[in-house]
Design a protein around this ligand. Structure first.
Ligand SMILES: [Fe+2]
Length: 388
């Protein structure tokens, strides 16, 4: 009888463990700035989640009660399965250790919430995860760019095998990382989980929306996974000598094309974005940067399709006045370099192939771009001098 009872206890505890909340995707860094950073992850059950941070000192993570950050909306902590916790009040150019927690919500009633087990990242038998805030006043920057991966994880892994914590400031994903968006699982299996496995828990990626990320039933969920300081897919950040203007060129065909099934309204969207762009290029932060780099998936040249033509009409006159050093694009699935002055653009365009990556490094005077193939072999180099 005693044996049966013990067996029942074991079976019940195994069942309990099997059912406990799990972190299924992430964590990955988003929106890392000088004084803020967001940590994103997904659990398999509705949870209340938080992040604890600690300085990167010699003290154990367990040395003291660490500050906790929650996702809040309209004054309430958010319960859900996608967790994006914004850490604010940070110091620029500083490394922080962090730990993530999700406590399962077993039952939620109007006046009663029952909580269950907690899933967390490990700081007991492993070193805590770390990240470093940006510093726009530091002298150097070093980053990678890839685009048009379309869910090819093998290609993704070979192009980004050399990302190194502490050496690579971040990675830019310049659009069409998946062929469309149909579910959370497809998005993570498309490229985010590979990014997490390679670097993204400790080195951030910055997302640039391609025309393919604007397609599919799940396209409306884009901002849940790629939060930005503007709450839009277009935003800016500065690291070292480079000011980055991340743009969204939208779809490539006219809004009434049958492929968009009556859902596209990108002309209006680009007009709104142009108003934002005008404000960006008039800011002191932008003007005072040694280098100004624009990143947009669909190039505003090399095509007479409606999207590129409208992008050119909306954005290029503003950018021509702004003194842009380089525009980075993708979309064409081949390497094309357009010198300053090509097709009315008063800045050079580097359109990266889907099978090559860019390694960009800069100091206050010089910006170097190295184009590398899948084997890591150097294919081309470009050098730019700051005209500021
Ligand atoms: Fe594209």
């Amino acid at each position: 009888m005693r044996k049966i009872f013990l067996l029942l206890i074991i079976v019940l505890s195994v069942a309990q463990t099997a059912k406990a909340v799990k972190i299924v995707y992430g964590p990955y860094l988003q929106m890392v700035g000088e004084t803020e950073a967001s940590i994103v992850w997904v659990t398999d059950k509705k949870s209340l989640s938080w992040v604890e941070i600690a300085p990167d000192d010699k003290m154990n993570f367990y040395a003291e009660k660490r500050p906790q950050f929650f996702e809040t909306f309209l004054g309430r902590k958010v319960l859900g399965t996608v967790h994006k916790i914004k850490l604010s009040g940070l110091t620029k150019g500083t490394t922080y250790r962090y730990r993530i927690f999700s406590q399962e919500v077993l039952d939620e009633q109007d006046y009663q919430i029952t909580y269950g087990a907690v899933a967390s990242s490990n700081v007991y038998s492993k070193a805590p995860l770390t990240f470093r805030t940006l510093d726009g006043s530091q002298n150097t920057v070093n980053f990678f760019v890839i685009n048009d991966i379309h869910g090819n994880n093998e290609l993704f892994n070979s192009l980004l095998k050399d990302v190194k914590k502490g050496e690579t400031d971040f990675v830019l994903f310049n659009g069409d990382m998946v062929s469309h968006m149909d579910s959370e699982q497809q998005l993570f299996e498309g490229f985010i989980t590979s990014a997490v496995n390679l670097f993204a828990s400790e080195t951030p990626f910055y997302m640039v929306r391609g025309n393919h990320e604007s397609r599919g039933r799940f396209a409306k969920n884009y901002m849940e996974y790629f939060p930005t300081p503007t709450n839009m897919p277009y935003y800016t950040f500065k690291q070292g000598p480079i000011f980055f203007v991340i743009m969204d060129g939208g779809e490539d065909k006219p809004d009434n094309d049958i492929e968009y099934l009556g859902t596209a309204a990108f002309d209006e969207y680009r007009e709104e974005e142009a108003r934002w762009l005008r404000e960006v290029v008039s800011s002191e932060d932008f003007k005072s940067s040694p280098f100004k780099v624009v990143v947009i998936h669909v190039p505003p040249t090399q095509s007479t399709w409606h999207g590129p033509l409208h992008t050119k009409k909306m954005f290029v006159p503003i950018l021509n006045e702004a003194g842009i050093d380089l525009m980075l694009c993708g979309h064409l699935h081949k390497h094309v370099y357009a010198e300053r002055g090509t097709e009315g653009c008063d800045f050079p365009l580097l359109i990266n192939s889907n099978k090559q990556m860019l390694n960009v490094s800069a100091d206050n005077k010089t910006m170097n771009v190295v184009v590398k193939d899948e084997m890591g072999k150097q294919v081309k180099t470009f050098v730019y001098q700051s005209v500021k």
